[in-house]
Design a protein around this ligand. Structure first.
Ligand code: LRH
Ligand code: MN
Length: 413
């Protein structure tokens, strides 16, 4: 993209925005400071039960994962952090990993525990972890989470994300109330082990890998448990963890209203927990979610700084790094579009019951091409004008294959 095209489109947009009383430079600063964490488990080709097709040049260890995130940070300026998953990413040498991350200007966002797989621990999680009827297995799962906190403390993380696969596949298999009670008691032991400046992000999911009941299936169950744990326990919203046609922006508004929104796992989906590229299927929903977020923060329902922003995706057909470049871009665009909503006009319409007018205000913002703003925020931060173009022009994947090999497989899903 010729730079002058960018300049012209930015000039036209800033004319449009100042006509609405919006300060382009203020918006560019807001967008530039909005950083999204990248998951350590989404740097290789993701698989499904029907197969996994390697992409070539996948990172072979945590150092190489940090290199890939460092590259994304440098060319997009949309990410400055990694979210690690334990045991997939246990640092063999903590000091080396800290130095590597510091050299790449990457910080460690929330840590993720894993009690949904067996990876050589003494007792199996087949029939559940924190909710397991066997107190020894619950104890093992609690200790795993406390270990994850210890690793995170050394790396400078300030959060623990707990997602439980726990549940059942058939009626009668589980005692639903006892499973909930055991889960809550186990989480209380974990919460007690949480450093005072950490938060616990409790992720819900309606189904998969269990297909009859899941102990924490929805935002309400997660919120009820968080209330019992304490004020530093809040609800993590993974966009793919909702039954079809769920109004996710209303869930976000409700959680902000209660100051109980921990953060996001951004992705998109058509049917289930598809973990597709954010904004690739339902961009208007993503925009509406950001409208609730920016308005909730402006009206002090919950502070912007208290919310964690992370991607959680799986790449079965795309190059993981290209997919992440696209996701970072579409999240930034949804945020930018929410910033250009004419709030005064919308509030007026809501007060007057002008339903048509209200939709006009929202869609005017959604249909505003904010790409010049996001581009300008990136280049003012030292990023590439066109990160995807740069990635392809520089043949980064080809170079990774030469350096790492064609059949390397990154740890993760
Ligand atoms: C569960 C989930 C969770 C992660 C896993 C990789 O579906 O969203 O956040 O632990 O994906
Ligand atoms: Mn998730």
């Amino acid at each position: 993209m010729p730079t002058d095209f960018h300049q012209k489109s930015l000039f036209l947009l800033s004319e449009q925005l100042s006509a609405r009383g919006l300060d382009t430079n203020f918006l560019i600063q807001k967008i530039a400071s909005f950083q999204i964490a990248v998951p350590s488990w989404a740097l290789g080709a993701g698989g499904t039960r029907f197969g996994r097709f390697l992409i070539g040049g996948e990172p072979r260890n945590l150092e190489e994962k940090l290199e890939d995130i460092g590259l994304l940070a440098r060319i997009t300026k949309r990410t400055d952090a990694v979210s690690l998953h334990i045991p997939w990413d246990i640092p063999q040498d903590v000091q080396l990993i800290k130095q590597k991350a510091a050299d790449l200007h990457i910080r460690f966002d929330a840590m993720n525990s894993n009690t949904f797989q067996d990876y050589g621990q003494p007792l199996t999680y087949k029939m559940g972890s924190l909710s397991n009827a066997d107190p020894n297995i619950r104890k093992q799962a609690v200790e795993h989470n406390l270990l994850v906190i210890e690793i995170g403390k050394e790396l400078g993380s300030k959060g623990l994300t707990v997602w439980l696969a726990d549940g059942s596949n058939f009626p009668g298999q589980a005692h639903i109330r006892k499973a909930l009670q055991w889960t809550t008691e186990s989480l209380q032991e974990i919460y007690v082990g949480l450093p005072a400046d950490w938060k616990l992000l409790l992720e819900y999911k309606p189904y998969e890998p269990n297909f009859y009941h899941t102990v924490i299936p929805d935002w309400g169950t997660s919120a009820l448990i968080c209330r019992q744990l304490g004020e530093r326990a809040k609800v993590l919203v993974d966009l793919g963890h909702h039954l079809p046609n769920t109004n996710i922006e209303q869930i976000v508004a409700t959680l902000m209203h209660q100051n109980m929104l921990a953060g996001f796992h951004f992705n998109d989906s058509k049917y289930g927990d598809d973990d597709l590229s954010t904004g690739s299927i339902k961009p208007y929903q993503l925009f509406l979610i950001f409208c609730e977020l920016t308005n909730g923060a402006e009206e002090k329902a919950q502070t912007w700084e208290s919310i964690s922003w992370m991607i959680d995706a799986s790449h079965t057909t795309k190059d993981p790094l290209e997919d992440l470049i696209q996701a970072l871009e579409s999240i930034s665009q949804a945020y930018a579009k929410s910033l250009v909503v004419d709030r005064n006009q919308l509030n007026q319409c809501q007060l007057e019951g002008d339903v048509v007018g209200a939709q006009e205000v929202l869609q005017d913002a959604f249909l505003t091409d904010v790409r010049p703003l996001v581009r300008e925020a990136r280049i003012q931060s030292g990023g590439e004008l066109d990160p995807l173009g740069y990635y392809r022009r520089e043949k980064i994947r080809e170079k990774r294959i030469l350096q790492r090999g064609k059949n390397t497989q990154a740890s993760g899903l």
